[in-house]
Design a protein around this ligand. Structure first.
Ligand code: NAD
Length: 290
């Protein structure tokens, strides 16, 4: 199946950039959220990311500033922000990127089942929830699939494609092809909490979080140490801030519930979430963000 039009539900940390990725590949995309300010945040993110990518090409003299200005408007012109489902009647592929809670996902999938054409594939960007359970909210469980991007979606190439119990082989094939159409690298992952990458990533982070809670070593010091020694672009506490601490805590708790104590939930992070300090998206977490 070729995707002529797509939609993204949820314009938060992931949704805005996912819409940007789709639009950059030449595909029109509707971006839906529940409040105009959230839609605007997603659109602003898409603009910033596109400007950054095109600016880099201009700096390398691959394209002229005139080309960049034209391409910017073309790419952004393919993204339509919305608060309702009006633009969903002719979409081929939907990516849901709402908060990591089963009841919200199921409610969105029930809506999507009602408003999208019968052939449309409905995909979830869930970090680890059951695709089978999400699909239970629809009458098309064979067309429901996990489609897991990584932060930042405009940069990270990997997408995990996850089959639920009833996902049809055609759906997996279409999702894999769509991932390639938007210039990403799909891998198939079995349906289990955390899939492949988060089981590795959260397991590694767990040891660092446990160490920080037990010793009280400042998070800035740990981040700096890991950045220098492991030559990573960011330390784990800054990455958590950028990803959204509510999402990180939820994923960490889900992993601990599924696999036991080898996964750990950072106590300091839980306290920040209780105070509503969720990282970059609220302006404050472990760090201050502009
Ligand atoms: N943040 C990450 O690093 C990351 C990485 C990979 C996958 N994910 C997954 O992506 C999903 C979204 O995460 P996020 O970090 O972007 O969350 P977020 O909280 O930053 O954004 C979620 C957005 O969904 C909107 N929303 C809530 N209910 C909605 C509804 N009914 N209809 C439309 N929009 C609605 C919210 O207003 C918000 O803007 C989660 O399942 C998460 O596990 C997150």
């Amino acid at each position: 199946m070729f995707v002529f039009k797509a939609a993204v539900v949820g314009a938060g940390t992931m949704g805005g950039e996912i819409a940007q990725v789709v639009a950059s590949a030449g595909i029109p995309v509707v971006l839906k959220d529940v409040k105009q300010e959230f839609v605007d945040t997603g659109l602003t993110k898409a603009r910033e990311v596109t400007q950054g990518q095109l600016g880099a090409l201009v700096a390398k003299e691959k394209i002229t500033q005139e080309d960049a200005d034209r391409q910017l408007e073309e790419i952004l012109g393919r993204i339509t922000g919305t608060l309702d489902y009006d633009g969903f009647g002719d979409v081929d592929f939907v990516i849901e990127a709402v908060p990591e809670r089963m009841e919200i996902k199921q409610s969105v999938f029930a809506d999507l089942d009602a408003v999208t054409p019968g052939h449309a594939i409905l995909a979830s960007n869930t970090s680890g929830l059951s695709i089978t359970e999400i699909a239970d909210a629809t009458r098309r469980p064979d067309q429901i699939v996990g489609f897991h991007f990584f932060w930042p979606a405009s940069v990270m190439r990997l997408i995990e494609v996850i089959e639920g119990d009833e996902t049809a082989p055609d759906t997996v094939q279409a999702a894999t092809t769509f991932a390639q159409q938007i210039r990403k690298m799909p891998i198939r992952a079995a349906e289990c909490p955390g899939f492949v990458v988060n089981r590795i990533l959260v397991s590694t982070a767990s040891e660092i979080w446990r160490y920080q809670d037990e010793t009280g070593v400042p998070v800035e010091e740990i981040d700096e140490f890991i950045k220098e020694r492991a030559q990573m672009p960011m330390g784990p506490f800054r990455v958590a801030d950028m990803s959204g601490l509510d999402t990180v805590v939820k994923v960490a708790r889900d992993m601990r519930d599924a696999y036991g104590d080898r996964f750990y939930v950072h106590r300091g992070m839980e306290q920040l979430v209780e105070r509503g300090e969720l990282g970059a998206k609220t302006g404050k977490g472990f760090y201050e963000h502009r």
